[in-house]
Design a protein around this ligand. Structure first.
Ligand code: UD1
Length: 430
């Protein structure tokens, strides 16, 4: 079974190049099928989630050509089916974007019920509410969401909860509806803005993305475009926390520092030095981290996708910290794993009370989900001795070349496929 073998104890030092944002790429790739003309997307991260989404698109007749590792050309003029099968959806929840994209373009879509990381109840009722407001009928049959409309008519839609997925999905469907749509209480995440910018580059008329009111004036059709995905704020934040957790000095390059503000603010509160330049951020952790309080919130608040990384860091900080998870209800599963390394954390409902320990001890761990998996790898890198992390398929869903990038910062980590490989790694790193 594939796992990461890690020998921890070294501070991570150096520079690391951040790739395109996975969550933006998933929305943009799905939106690319809304035109019959050819679209070229650059800076697509080569991770399992984007690969699966592209396969799902190919399964319905979309032609996908990889120009290089991070550039894809997409032509959706030959879509032959409007049904996205269960296999794809089970692997990535974001295949639900194909529901909005197909509904907008063909006024009909059938997509299996979403799966993805098990980090709590992940409903799509708000997506459905939006589609219905636009005049579509939505029903579930044989495990498929089936949505159908004679025509889509712009509407005034209020989202009861701030939802990235619902905001983007409704934006896609309404881009090709008749008349005006207003989405109130919209998500403001950078990937919402990226999806809107991409749709606009194809001729859509979307205003206000990045604020909580988005106004869309439907257009008849969309056209060809060339577009480059924004940098991944969560990958960048993970490497920033890698510096904090290993008492290192890491510069993340090719980032938009503005998107990292909440992460930067917390690192400063915890006693790290953070230097920003135009497209890079350097984090230096020269002393023991200090405790703090953090609550996950929609953007520009502290991202839920960074909660395990800060949880690991605070488990090593002096004093008692409180972490409140307000977005998902099952996002503390990594705490049991961290306890195996000596962490002292008490979870009650959506709050973790963390009494920092001086150091972790090495352990054999299992990744419970994508971001928690990455955070546990960082925990292992801080602990003296050999550790392993299993179920790394989660991590590979969202991080491109994670071990290689960590190695470039001096980490001793390798992906191994057997006990023999694990022994070899141990012999190599001593
Ligand atoms: C996206 C991100 C994910 C991130 C999350 C929150 C992608 C592919 N994934 O997930 O990495 O953790 O945003 O930043 O971009 N909700 C409802 N009804 C709905 C939809 C959502 O109640 O129809 C609730 C959810 O249960 C959750 C909250 O809204 O409590 C936020 O979820 P949402 O922003 O929709 O997350 P995703 O788009 O699934």
């Amino acid at each position: 079974m594939e796992q990461y073998a890690i020998k921890g104890g070294n501070p991570l030092v150096g520079e690391v190049e951040i790739g395109g944002a996975k969550n933006a790429a998933l929305a943009v790739l799905a939106a690319a099928i809304m035109t019959d003309e050819t679209v070229t997307i650059e800076n697509v991260p080569d991770v399992n989630d984007t690969r699966v989404l592209l396969q799902a698109m190919e399964s319905i007749g979309v032609v996908v050509e990889r120009l290089d590792r991070h550039t894809v050309k997409i032509n959706a003029s030959m879509i032959s089916e409007l049904v996205i099968e269960d296999d794809f959806i089970k692997k990535i929840r974001a295949s639900y974007y194909l529901l909005g994209a197909l509904l907008g373009k063909y006024k009909h879509a059938e997509v299996a019920l979403p799966g993805g990381c098990n980090i709590g109840s992940r409903k799509i009722d708000l997506h459905i509410k939006g589609f219905k407001a636009l005049g579509a009928e939505v029903k579930i049959e044989h495990g498929l969401w089936i949505t159908d409309a004679e025509r889509l008519q712009g509407a005034h839609i209020y989202l009861d909860t701030v939802s990235v997925g619902a905001t983007i999905n409704i934006m896609m469907a309404s881009a090709l509806a008749e008349g005006k749509t207003i989405i109130e209480n919209a998500a403001k995440e950078p990937h919402v803005v990226d999806a809107a910018n991409f749709l606009n580059s194809m001729g859509a008329n979307i205003k206000g993305a990045g604020t909580d009111v988005i106004r869309i004036t439907g257009v008849e059709k969309l056209h060809a475009s060339e577009y480059s995905i924004i940098p991944d704020q969560i990958e960048a934040g993970t490497f920033m926390f890698a510096a904090a957790i290993t008492k290192g000095d890491v510069t993340v390059k090719n980032v938009i520092p503005k998107h990292l503000e909440s992460t930067t603010a917390k690192l400063i509160e915890m006693g790290c030095q953070v230097e920003e330049s135009d497209d890079a951020v350097r984090v230096v952790a020269s002393k023991r981290l200090e405790a703090t309080q953090v609550k996950t919130l929609p953007y520009p608040g502290f991202p839920t996708d960074m909660q395990p990384q800060i949880g690991v860091a605070l488990s090593l900080a002096s004093g008692t910290s409180i972490v409140t998870e307000s977005i998902f209800d099952n996002r503390f599963k990594y705490i049991d794993e961290l306890t195996k390394m000596g962490a002292n954390v008490k979870v009650e409902g959506n709050t973790a009370v963390i009494s920092g320990v001086e150091h972790f001890t090495s352990a054999a761990l299992t990744a419970p989900d994508l971001r928690a998996g990455a955070a546990l790898v960082l925990a292992c890198l801080s602990a003296e001795g050999f550790s392993t992390v299993e179920d790394i398929n989660y991590v590979e869903r969202g991080y491109e070349d994670f071990p290689q990038k960590l190695q470039s910062l001096g980490a001793q980590i390798e992906k191994v496929a057997s006990d023999r490989d694990l022994q070899k790694f141990k012999l190599k790193v001593g």
